[in-house]
Design a protein around this ligand. Sequence first.
Ligand SMILES: *[C@@H]1O[C@H](CO)[C@@H](O)[C@H](O)[C@H]1NC(C)=O
Ligand SMILES: *[C@@H]1O[C@H](CO)[C@@H](O)[C@H](O)[C@H]1NC(C)=O
Ligand SMILES: *[C@@H]1O[C@H](CO)[C@@H](O)[C@H](O)[C@H]1NC(C)=O
Length: 299
Amino acid sequence: MRTSLILACSAVTAHAANIVMSNDDGWAEINIRTFYQAIIAAGNSAFISAPAENKSGSGSLDATPEKLDEPCEFNSCPTGSPATGNNASMPQFNYVNSYPVTSIKYGIQTLASTLLPGPIDIAVTGPNVGSNLGLTTQLSGTVGAATEAAKEGIPAIAFSGSSGDATAWNVPAPSYALVYADLATNVTDTLLASGSPYLPKNVWLNVNFPDSDASTCSSASDFKFVLSRINTAVPIISGDDVSTCGNNKRLPTESDVVGTARCYASISVGHADTKLTASASEQSVVLQKLSSILSCLPS
Ligand SMILES: *[C@@H]1O[C@H](CO)[C@@H](O)[C@H](O)[C@H]1NC(C)=O
Ligand SMILES: *[C@@H]1O[C@H](CO)[C@@H](O)[C@H](O)[C@H]1NC(C)=O
Ligand SMILES: *[C@@H]1O[C@H](CO)[C@@H](O)[C@H](O)[C@H]1NC(C)=O
């Protein structure tokens, strides 16, 4: 008993990693703050570098940060604050008054060397307030930030959850935020435990969680992860997907997965340049790395 408990714990903490975190809903939204707490509790080092305001839907826009001409979202910084800044008592929490891509770039290129004990291992974004499924990935700033990190050579995962509304950081975390933070930490730590290189070059993961509330999918242990594709395959034109779950070389779309009753979360393998589904060989790498947490949809 005792041995297996120790082994189970070390599987989570053995790969203490250096992590940059961002989103598009803003640095003061409760989802990213709750995820930060879970990532730290799992033994990692991390910091947040995210937009000062809600920059939902800004894709891969990038612009020089500017002095605040209004308060940060939820009054989390005053009007007139500098273009970039942090929480004076929590220097790991940083805002950038610009887009998600600009924010994560600033984190990677400027903040990481002082806020982390070593080079960045992985970038994680979100959990986004609301799903980012299929072609929505083209518009999402949460996806934009993850693909920017991937283009800079850092393995990246974008997380999104369908439950909840924009919520300030300074209230008790809603239960969905806690569940999504647990699930996202599980995927992150499982990928890290699979060893470096964590993902193929220029590849990122798009992870979507279905609703979580008091009566449905109320705890992380209710969820199953299923490998999926981002965009719907076009007959003849789209290449094969990886073989798994007896699928005849075609993965379910991520919308199919989160649309299946009873707590199925989707994990898609994407290309940073197109933000669309990666090749079967890249999917195959991820299938092996995450095999310990992947399931099949009910047939
Ligand atoms: C800054 O950090 C302090 C201490 O953890 C906390 O009480 C406060 O709410 C934080 N404010 C923001 C905007 O993060
Ligand atoms: C950001 O704006 C989008 C729509 O523009 C909205 O759906 C979302 O809830 C907002 N998020 C925050 C944190 O205000
Ligand atoms: C991660 O999720 C899997 C499958 O859902 C579960 O079996 C496992 O216990 C979880 N691990 C952690 C560390 O939460």
